[in-house]
Design a protein around this ligand. Sequence first.
Ligand code: 6GU
Length: 272
Amino acid sequence: MVNKKTIDISTEFLQKKFPETPEIGLILGSGLGVLADEIENAIKIPYQEIPEFPVSTVEGHAGQLVYGTLNGKTVIAMQGRFHFYEGYSLEKVTFPVRVMKKLGVSTLIVTNAAGGINESFEAGDLMLISDHINNMGTNPLIGENDKDLGVRFPDMSEAYSKELRQLAKSVADRLGISIQEGVYVGNTGPSYETPAEVRMLRVFGGDAVGMSTVPEVIVARHSGMKVLGISCISNMAAGILDQPLTHDEVIETTENVKANFLSFVKEIINQL
Ligand code: 6GU
């Protein structure tokens, strides 16, 4: 179970640094961290400086929180997230979401790079997440439930807000950006799927597959936040095209859709 005290300690540390309550939280996926560079009057806080935040076990920087304004709204963004495949428990993976909630965030925009399962998709597409399949074999809420954080058995029938999806679709229309919509499958990684696994996930109803997002969204819903999810289809999943998957391709594609992604998310925030 999450220790409320640790949430409070991180939150109080951050509140002292922030002049106002952030209303919108952003989790930025692989290659999509550039959105945080657009935040005005930014206050940047490396994760390792935040007491009780998960510590990076690998060398290099795990990432940072970026607080400030985006289109007039007060936001807090995670530039870099914690992944299950890195060895963090799901409690640690989702800890920043608990802190965002405690800070006052009511709407969470979650982004990721994902592999396309739906054969009508192509690399470079943006996909609104309509729903997800938790294929991680575990759940961040396992353990004793703290009633102050949410109910024991949270409803997941509208994990991704219908209202926010409608708003996102009207924004895409207006900007002339074409978007897909579909079901995101959360796998643990770090190996990519085999072609047989991709066929199985397609039969299961998946449209895209990645290694994140599902735990964070479960915790966001447990804590009563509204969620909008956006996947950048960085590549087609294994076995669809006759080519191997590389992380370089993931980064290269996100580089190419950056401009669309930025204007899309910024305009959604403007409309919130
Ligand atoms: Cl093909 N699979 C998974 N699990 N994650 C990905 C991906 C594929 N492409 C980008 N991220």
